[in-house]
Design a protein around this ligand. Structure first.
Ligand SMILES: [Zn+2]
Length: 187
């Protein structure tokens, strides 16, 4: 992980595999953030929960932190979607997905529109599962195959988040630099 050198603590990470270029960029960001921390040679290592003044973890505190982070992330998502360099109809689709307002079968049923499925699943792609927002965009075998084909093409290994906003944040994380960030926002 690291050792004390002449100029202080030096981080030395050992990875189980060669890193992708985008991961190397993340390491640089991590090292920049770590450089702001003053290491103390004489202090003993201990866990500290920074969200509480006493430093002790509580579920209540973790829940509050997640909640406020979620609200901020949601606001940033809607702002980012509408300032993204994609055609407005694509931004509109992403916006509808995030708000779960696609005219999926489950949403149509809520509005009293019934569809005769002849005993099959309501998903128009696979006909095996019921069609809802998350299924049609993320978990359907058809949609999942498209996402994975994109990631393979981009040489990225990842798990697919089921939630639209988390999914979007996931892509933002890969694009650290300006132009690259723009490209990931488009995807
Ligand atoms: Zn399906």
């Amino acid at each position: 992980m690291g050792k004390w050198g002449i100029e202080g603590w030096e981080w030395r990470f050992i990875w189980r595999r060669d890193l992708f270029e985008w991961e190397k960029e993340l390491i640089q960001v991590l090292l920049q953030e770590l450089s702001l921390i003053q290491m103390n040679k004489d202090a003993k290592d201990r866990w500290v929960w920074l969200q509480e003044p006493h430093g002790c973890y509580t579920v209540r505190s973790a829940y509050g932190t997640q909640l406020s982070r979620r609200e901020t992330a949601d606001g940033q998502f809607y702002k980012a979607i509408w300032s993204s360099p994609v055609p407005s109809k694509v931004a509109g689709l992403a916006w509808k997905v995030a708000l779960q307002r696609l005219p999926t079968i489950d949403n149509l049923a809520k509005r009293g529109v019934t569809v005769n499925l002849n005993g099959q699943g309501s998903c128009a792609f696979c006909r095996r599962h019921d069609e809802d927002n998350s299924h049609v965009i993320f978990t359907c075998s058809f949609s999942y195959g498209i996402w994975m084909a994109c990631y393979n093409w981009l040489k990225v290994q990842t798990a697919l988040p089921m939630d639209c906003i988390t999914h979007f944040e996931h892509h933002g994380m890969w694009g650290v630099g300006g132009n690259r960030k723009t490209k990931w926002r488009v995807i």
